[in-house]
Design a protein around this ligand. Structure first.
Ligand SMILES: Nc1nc2c(c(=O)[nH]1)N[C@H]1C(S)=C(S)[C@@H](COP(=O)(O)O)O[C@H]1N2
Ligand SMILES: [Mo]
Length: 502
């Protein structure tokens, strides 16, 4: 029973902390603060393993583990509190102090960020005290067999437990309500592009069942970042600063960006952690300000070789200056597929650079671009030994049939997508059961920075078949069969799948 008291006290405390954090800064919530610190301290190979093992479920699993760990310690605290309340409460306080420390040590944290932990500690200890007292009084009553007038009974314990749980639920709900009041991406009316993209071509989506949509919808777009809670940046107080080695430090509001000349481009984003055949790639129509327009206004110094982007929470992403300004359609984006950026994808502003993996280009929730050098400053992932220069490697993927899928014999399609951003796809070839490479038919082109759908009509005969795919880019480079893991600069090799035809 006392173990349960400890856990319940922790739950009410955490709910209180979460509610206070919703008002101050969602990332300072005790569980999230500890979770983020764990992410930052996790060595790269372990992180790689977690992403490979759990995919994008890695974060719910991490938060779950932190919760389970906290619950175990809280249970111990509860049991200790039975004999000596101070001891049990001490365990809770140490637990919360750790989370408070984690919250305050985040790069952009202020002293205010300790308040949610304080709220958690006070509430948790208060609830534990109330629960143990009501239980202790009940025990006395039973032993003395003569209930004293006005003293709590067994019912008192039930009431205390019920009330604590109810308070936790109400606070949890209130926290959610508060976050929903913050500025919403759907409130933003985007201006039209001065330099629009051509009409979007009709892809093969309707023709070939199971192929990736030619344009990835915002809801289906893969999401990769280090965050546990989404930033709740608004547009009223948004500011993008350009500083460092520039002639003039500049600052742009969201209004300023909207009022500038906007370009619209179809660009496929890819994560360096995408394995051969993996899902961390998405294609969208982006709206934004040319990166070079902004940099030219600031006047970039001669010795600089890096743009160090900082997000609202102090997370940093480095981008090779030369590549970002070589004439490709690098932009500071405010729109994605005709809407403001979804919160998951960087609302209100992010960077997009065609041809570079996301971890060296696509800073979401961007608030600062510092013009600097790699000698002077390092960013989050490059500090963790990921490559500084990381052009997206040419790659191709089979979407249908799926690996180990059983299909009917007869006429069907082998189909998928291929990408070689900045160069464009020239050709996609498929090999069936180790035979000759057969050239597939390509879907329409939406430019060299965009992926290409492809398909090969196939008369599938009964039995097991091995299918392999490779692509050739418009410079004539053939995708390499040499296998490489994502670390340190992206995966390579051919995707091979096995399908059983019935
Ligand atoms: N602020 C911030 N920006 C970020 C990241 C991040 O962790 N924090 N992750 C990067 C990585 S690794 C990738 S692949 C892309 C993914 O963008 P998406 O989630 O919109 O698909 O965002 C990049 N931008
Ligand atoms: Mo990534």
């Amino acid at each position: 029973m006392y173990a349960g008291f400890g856990i319940l006290a922790a739950v009410v405390g955490i709910a209180a902390g979460h509610l206070v954090a919703a008002i101050i800064d969602p990332a300072s919530s005790p569980v999230l603060a500890i979770g983020s610190t764990v992410i930052d301290l996790t060595p790269t190979p372990v992180k790689e393993w977690a992403v490979a093992q759990f995919g994008t479920a890695d974060k719910p699993i991490l938060v779950g583990s932190v919760m389970v760990g906290a619950a175990l310690l809280a249970a111990v605290g509860g049991v200790l509190a039975r004999r000596r309340f101070a001891l049990g409460a001490g365990v809770l306080v140490v637990l919360v102090a750790l989370s408070g420390l984690a919250a305050v040590l985040r790069p952009t944290a202020g002293p205010l960020d300790a308040v949610p932990a304080l709220a958690t500690a006070l509430t948790g200890v208060g609830v534990l005290w109330w629960l143990t007292r009501s239980a202790r009084d009940t025990a006395t009553d039973t032993a003395g067999s003569q209930p004293r007038e006005g003293s709590p009974t067994r019912r008192g314990v039930l009431i205390a437990v019920g009330a604590s749980a109810a308070v936790a639920a109400v606070m949890g709900g209130a926290g959610r309500l508060i976050s929903s009041f913050r500025a919403d991406p759907s409130d933003v009316a985007l201006p039209a592009a001065a330099d629009p993209a051509p009409p979007f071509p009709q892809g093969l989506d309707d023709k070939i069942k199971g192929i990736a949509s030619f344009q990835t919808s915002n809801d289906d777009f893969y999401r990769i970042d280090t965050r546990l809670s989404l930033p709740t940046l608004g547009i009223e107080d948004y500011e993008l600063i350009i500083d460092g080695d520039v002639e003039e430090e500049l600052s742009f509001s969201f209004e300023d960006l909207m009022a500038m000349e906007l370009i619209e481009r179809d660009i496929t984003l890819t994560c360096v952690s995408n394995d051969i055949g993996g899902p961390y790639v998405g294609a969208a129509r982006w709206l934004g300000v040319r990166l070079t327009d902004l940099l030219d206004m600031a006047g970039v110094g001669d010795s600089a070789d890096q743009i160090l982007s900082t997000d609202v929470d102090g997370m940093t992403i480095s981008t090779p200056l030369k590549i970002a300004t070589d004439g490709r359609d690098a932009m500071i984006a405010i729109g994605m597929n005709g809407e403001a950026l979804p919160r998951e994808h960087g609302f209100p502003v992010r960077m997009v650079v065609p041809g570079l993996y996301g971890y060296v280009s696509a800073c979401k929730w961007i608030t600062r671009m510092t013009i600097t050098t790699y000698d002077e400053q390092a960013a989050y992932w490059t500090e963790r030994d990921w490559a500084i220069d990381a052009p997206i490697k040419i790659s191709s993927r089979i979407d249908t049939p799926k690996s180990f899928e059983e299909i009917d014999s007869g006429d069907t399609f082998i189909a998928g997508v291929a990408w070689a951003q900045d160069r464009g796809i020239d050709k996609v070839e498929v090999q069936i059961d180790g035979g000759d490479w057969q050239e597939t038919k390509l879907g329409p082109s939406a430019g060299v920075d965009y992926w290409r759908q492809w398909y090969l009509p196939w008369n599938a005969e009964s039995g097991q078949h091995t299918l392999t795919v490779r692509a050739v880019d418009q410079e004539g480079t053939v995708q390499t069969p040499a296998k490489a893991m994502p670390f340190p600069n992206g995966s390579s090799g051919y995707q091979t799948i096995i399908t059983r035809v019935g």
